[in-house]
Design a protein around this ligand. Sequence first.
Ligand code: UT7
Length: 335
Amino acid sequence: MYNSKITGLGYYVPENIVTNNDLSSIMDTSDEWIQDRTGIKERRWIDPKTDDTTSTMAVKASKIAIDRSGLEKKDIDFIIFATLSPDMYFPGGGVQVQDMLNMSTIGALDVRNQCSGFIYAMSVADQFIKTGMYKNILVIGAENHSGALDKSTRGRGVSVIFGDGAGAAILSRSEVKGKGILSSHLHSEGKHARELMMDGPSTVRWVPEILAENDSEDQSYYPYMNGQLVFKNAITRFSEVIMEGLDLNNLQKEDIDMLIPHQANLRIAQFIQKRFKLSDDKVYNNIMKYGNTTAASVIIALTEAWEQGKIKENDLVVLAAFGSGFTWGSVIIRW
Ligand code: UT7
């Protein structure tokens, strides 16, 4: 069995900055409410006049990651793309990246696990590398939320939270034992599927049905979130899945050098930080700048933390996420 390690990281966010005050000019909200409840100060939303989409942002992030890995595109054996907001209903974003990067006919897999998408994608990539099937895998998390949010006061409970962006990692084969991805841990609880979801358009709620109803109050084609239930489950599941990873590797809380939590809410991250007794320099948060970018959030945060020199050789890095499904997971890395 081989090991897998991260050899390249990159991210891209749209240039268009949307502040909380910008939002309060289009809906009944305030900078104070958003900062108090979430920690968010601003987010990036795609300017429709640009060519940014989920897949083009993914391509921009991927180019940086491939470049930094020292590999060439021809060395990449497989693409795994996590998103809940692909450019098209089908096919998924993986094949678009394969085409836009002009790569050979390598396989491309799409992962639909929302906020946990990047964690699931890393875990899948790790298994392919461990078995020897692939040597280098491009793993992407990218989202275009702004295209599908209800930006009126009716949607304020959701729309102020989410932002657009993309991140990419190259996972490569390594023969060094005890380094790279040590383990990954994946969970789900589908009974909560409707607590954070978007109902339509879907095969059970297709466009003609929505149009026939002609209901101006219909919110089924906007994301819905039972915020308080999600919050409560998040703090429990984050803690459990981080502990699960530490226990499996005979590690303690004190061994964590850097925790990268999914950027859902600064209050959730702070709760976890306190529970694990981690100092400020051992948790990386950027939700203040980007909001919640779902499948992109962990990889954007990991890339930023690494770019800022906050992750060093041999550090124990823990990635963890929780979200729609519910799904949650962690990845334990010896850098
Ligand atoms: O990434 C996926 C995982 N997602 C999460 O982990 C999110 C978890 N949940 C949360 O982060 C929080 O529940 C939210 C930030 C979404 C909401 O915070 P909350 O403290 O749970 O607020 P709430 O939904 O209970 O709403 C409190 C009040 C309501 O008014 P009333 O009924 O008390 O009069 C809302 O209508 O705040 C109102 N409200 C707003 N007010 C101003 C809701 N959204 C807004 C808004 N601006 N944007």
